[in-house]
Design a protein around this ligand. Structure first.
Ligand SMILES: NC(=O)c1ccc[n+]([C@@H]2O[C@H](COP(=O)([O-])OP(=O)(O)OC[C@H]3O[C@@H](n4cnc5c(N)ncnc54)[C@H](OP(=O)(O)O)[C@@H]3O)[C@@H](O)[C@H]2O)c1
Length: 433
């Protein structure tokens, strides 16, 4: 078996970091996550931390502002990946200092996860942050630390679930694309790139031991995901069988909005300007002298396309039952992102373990929950577009489901059964199978 480097992720409890930690552990790398003391005891993060532990991740207590803790962590690994948030980018000089002192690191991937750095075309505040990311590169090179710079381009979860409309939750997965009106940034013709976070993590982890990415920039530009805003909207329109009303936020209006908006809204708007108006994700070539493209380098990775991403996500409640298992299997086979609600006892029931294993092997995501546990139910349902209930005939009451809070953006389509795509929550009440 090929040598698997030991990997430390700093910022592994963050939005993109958690995918990197999970992928590193899944790919068999001895995986370490630097976790701050307060975070380890933060109830909001406790589930994530527990899931890290159960995947065999070693948690190391530390903080980028505590030099000794960093050096101690860095000394235990071969590769350091930073996924710290935008506010800590400049302070990655502390990580560089720790790597230099430890002297054992074979590769450092600083927190970039962005686009090629054409600062000339961006405006503040993102222009400033791009400058800071560039200065971190120069510090790494000045210290002679081996590196890979990862340009992931856009995170799908930040745009595709809602076309950039303000998110109601923290993860970006809690709203659906609009079904009536859409505001297009710019003229909508600029090409952009959005990749699924899991794929970004896959490419990142593949790169760490790859000599072809050593001291190179790794661009993630899967060809099927290079689309314009207009093309993305048109993919969605085909799926819902409806034409959206379009308005356009043109550059001068957007620039005015950036100037007038408080932080951090102005940052988000300046990113939209760089992405959708100036074409920062696509307006430069991958320079072969120091750049490589991930989907070319790793053709074996079957990345998710934006088209697939917009497919409905289906949750089956009762999927481990007689008819439910066929529904789950068919949903996965048809290419839908497929979820099955599984009770804790069922997950550990030896009689059901084969079925559960087969779900997993077909890419079904198992979500723990119970219809008598309202919170777990809300949490799982929030992750999907369509719910199919195949609860046994002795469970006829579906009050637990129907007491769910309506999500504005999805409330309307549920009223219609004209299109099978819209059979969303009707399935939980009138469409018991
Ligand atoms: N391309 C895109 O679409 C896109 C979108 C968003 C972000 N990004 C980029 O992705 C990168 C990561 O951003 P993100 O939004 O994923 O970050 P995030 O969710 O804000 O997470 C930041 C992480 O850094 C950790 N951290 C903060 N202060 C720390 C400290 N003093 N010591 C150690 N760890 C500390 C946090 O730990 P705690 O859990 O303890 O707080 C958390 O794990 C950034 O470079 C950002 O610019 C790209």
């Amino acid at each position: 078996m090929a040598h698997k480097s030991k990997i430390l992720i700093i910022g592994g409890t963050g939005y993109i970091g958690k995918y990197i930690v999970e992928e590193s552990a899944k790919s068999g790398h001895p995986t370490f996550a630097l976790v701050r003391e307060n975070t380890a005891s933060n109830p909001e993060k406790s589930k994530l931390i527990e899931s890290f532990k159960s995947s065999g991740v070693t948690l190391l207590n530390g903080d980028i502002y505590r030099h000794e803790s960093l050096v101690r962590a860095v000394k235990q690994v071969d590769v350091v990946i930073s996924a710290v948030g935008i506010q800590q980018i400049a302070d990655q000089v502390n990580i560089i200092a720790a790597i230099k002192e430890a002297g054992n690191v074979k590769r450092f991937l600083p927190s970039e996860f962005g686009s090629a750095m054409d600062r000339a075309k961006a405006v503040d505040p993102i222009k400033h942050h791009l400058g800071v990311k560039a200065s971190i590169r120069r510090s790494i090179e000045a210290q002679g630390i081996p590196y890979t710079y990862l340009l992931s381009n856009g995170f799908a979860g930040y745009f595709l679930p809602n076309f950039g409309i303000a998110r109601t939750g923290g993860t970006g997965r809690f709203t659906a694309p609009p079904r009536d009106k859409v505001e297009i940034i710019g003229d909508g013709n600029t090409k952009v790139i959005f990749s699924k976070e899991e794929d970004i993590a896959t490419y990142t982890i593949k790169a760490v031991d790859d000599p072809r990415t050593l001291n190179k920039v790794l661009h993630i530009r899967p060809p099927a995901n290079i689309l314009s805003f207009n093309e993305i909207v048109s993919l969605w329109e085909k799926k819902i069988g409806k034409t959206l009303e379009k308005t356009y936020l043109l550059e001068d209006q957007l620039l005015k909005k950036i100037q007038e908006s408080p932080s951090p809204l102005n940052l988000r708007l300046s990113i939209k300007h760089a992405t959708f108006v100036k074409g920062n994700l696509t307006n430069s070539e991958v320079k072969t002298s120091f750049g490589v493209e991930a989907s070319e380098l790793y053709p074996e990775v079957k990345y998710s396309t934006a088209d697939e991403y917009l497919d409905h996500e289906i949750l089956t409640i009762g999927g481990t039952g007689y008819i439910g298992k066929y529904i789950v299997e068919e949903s996965a086979k048809a290419g839908h992102p497929t979820f099955a609600l599984v009770r804790e006892n069922t997950a550990s029931n030896p009689e059901k373990s084969k079925l559960i294993e087969s779900f997993k092997s077909t890419g079904v995501t198992l979500l723990h929950g119970d219809i008598y546990h309202h919170e777990s139910l809300v949490k799982t349902i929030m992750q999907v577009d369509v719910v199919i209930s195949t609860l046994g005939c002795w469970i006829t009451r579906t009050d637990s489901c129907s007491s769910l809070p309506a999500r504005e953006s999805r409330a309307e389509p549920r009223k219609s059964l004209s299109n099978p795509r819209d059979w969303t929550f009707h399935s939980r009440t009138s469409r018991q199978i």
